[in-house]
Design a protein around this ligand. Structure first.
Ligand code: ZN
Length: 136
């Protein structure tokens, strides 16, 4: 069902403040910035092997990230696994008793279709399923 770690999402207060450490100090490959309206965030991408690090900055007070940052400060927010078929993965998880935040996939960055699992079902780690392409 899961094919690889797609990315790790890290909550930051501002991309301007966070990017230099990843780009210059860690010398990671900067892949650009995208605004994801569905989640009210701006995302900076860094490639690391076949996975990515995504720095997430809130673009609105209503962004889910604001509450996270107020409570925890900057830090790891979620882990995302790539799946071939996000609908099939949701069905399988629900059939196994896992609770989904998203029962229907939502649009993510890069045209992906994503769905989050309730952290209570994944040992406290907010987990995202991420389908990059339609299933073959
Ligand atoms: Zn993500």
């Amino acid at each position: 069902m899961l094919t690889k770690i797609s990315h790790i999402g890290i909550a930051v207060r501002t991309l301007d403040e966070a990017i230099p450490f990843y780009q210059e100090t860690l010398s990671m490959t900067f892949k650009g910035i995208e605004e994801v309206g569905e989640y009210k965030v701006r995302v900076a991408f860094f490639q690391i092997g076949e996975s990515k690090i995504e720095l997430l900055e809130p673009t609105s007070k209503e962004s889910f990230l604001v509450e996270f940052l107020d409570k925890n400060g900057p830090g790891i927010h979620h882990i995302a696994y790539e799946v071939e078929d996000v609908e099939a993965a949701i069905k399988k998880l629900e059939a196994s008793g896992a609770r989904m935040i998203d029962k229907i996939p939502r649009p993510g960055a890069h045209g992906a279709r994503v769905a989050f699992i309730q952290p209570e079902s994944s040992q406290g780690a907010l987990t995202e399923l991420c389908q990059m392409r339609p299933p073959f």
